[in-house]
Design a protein around this ligand. Structure first.
Ligand SMILES: Nc1ncnc2c1ncn2[C@@H]1O[C@H](COP(=O)(O)OP(=O)(O)OP(=O)(O)O)[C@@H](O)[C@H]1O
Ligand SMILES: [Mg+2]
Length: 261
């Protein structure tokens, strides 16, 4: 996706990452390496620090301590050009954050033009290619309000891809969607993974994690409790906390009965 030759080394390297908000320590020493082309899913209970971890990778949050390196550039270096760094990292959130007053094509071209300085024709050509890639080739003139949640999220993914990122961060991209719209978004993400994109994905979609991720990381209380090959962590977790979490996610009704009873 990028025109630069990919640098050597891991795509993301996180070492001794701590993050506090006031007295609240949210990340308590995270070490994590994501290889180029790898898909890593992060799972864990609400409040365990998953979003904060992602936000520290592209410096939407400033870590309290520790080092984050993306494609060989230390983003926690005080002298780093953060805007330049962020351009290399695509981010997709639970809320789609499309501009309501712009068409889909406008949403996909505005940052290409303003941030990357691409010309109109070039920006539109890339936007159309990425819209076709997410199955929205016929929606470029629509406004976000005229799209379903799933279509809006696919447009948001296409927008991120239009910037030519080296890696993509996803924070629960399907959790705001009606169940019947989740599949189309996951299919787009699966295709992206197949094309070799490096992806760090916070998700509760366990079948996606199992089938698409190379590795799954389970976080609890600001720490990585368990990590391993996706299939193993999801089907044969080694830690009790992981087991309890998975039981709750995979069968919420049964877990509730167990807790009440
Ligand atoms: N800007 C902030 N200021 C203060 N506290 C924050 C801030 N952002 C997050 N927190 C707190 O940090 C903790 C971890 O939050 P985070 O959003 O990373 O969790 P999460 O694992 O993504 O949870 P969820 O599954 O609900 O999205 C929570 O206790 C949260 O309230
Ligand atoms: Mg979160």
């Amino acid at each position: 996706m990028t025109t630069d030759a990919p640098p050597e080394g891991p795509a993301i390297e996180v070492a001794g990452l701590h993050k506090s908000f006031g007295d609240l320590e949210v990340l308590k020493g995270i070490d994590l390496t994501v290889r180029r082309g790898e898909v890593v899913c992060v799972i864990g209970p609400s409040g365990s620090g998953k979003s904060t971890l992602l936000r520290c990778v592209n410096l939407l949050e400033q870590p309290t301590a520790g080092k984050v390196t993306v494609s060989g550039t230390e983003v926690t270096d005080p002298d780093v050009d953060i805007d330049r760094m962020r351009r290399r990292i695509g981010m997709v959130f639970q809320a789609f954050n499309l501009f309501p007053h712009l068409t889909v094509l406008g949403n996909l071209t505005i940052s290409q033009r303003r941030v990357l300085g691409r010309g109109k024709a070039e920006a539109e050509r890339l936007a159309r290619a990425h819209l076709a890639g997410v199955g929205l080739g016929d929606k470029e003139s629509a406004y976000p309000a005229q799209l379903s949640g799933g279509q809006q999220q696919r447009a948001a993914i296409a927008r991120a891809l239009s910037m030519g990122p080296e890696l993509m961060l996803f924070d629960e991209p399907t959790s705001a969607l009606d169940p019947e719209l989740v599949g189309d978004v996951l299919a787009v993400m699966r295709k992206l993974a197949d094309e070799g994109m490096t992806m760090l994905v916070v998700t509760h979609e366990m079948s996606f994690a199992r089938e698409v991720a190379d590795r799954v990381i389970f976080m609890d209380d600001g720490q990585i409790v368990e990590e391993g090959p996706a299939e193993q962590v999801v089907t044969d977790p080694q830690h009790q906390r992981t087991r309890l979490f998975l039981a709750r996610v995979l069968d919420p009704a049964a877990a509730e009965v167990k807790e009440v009873g």
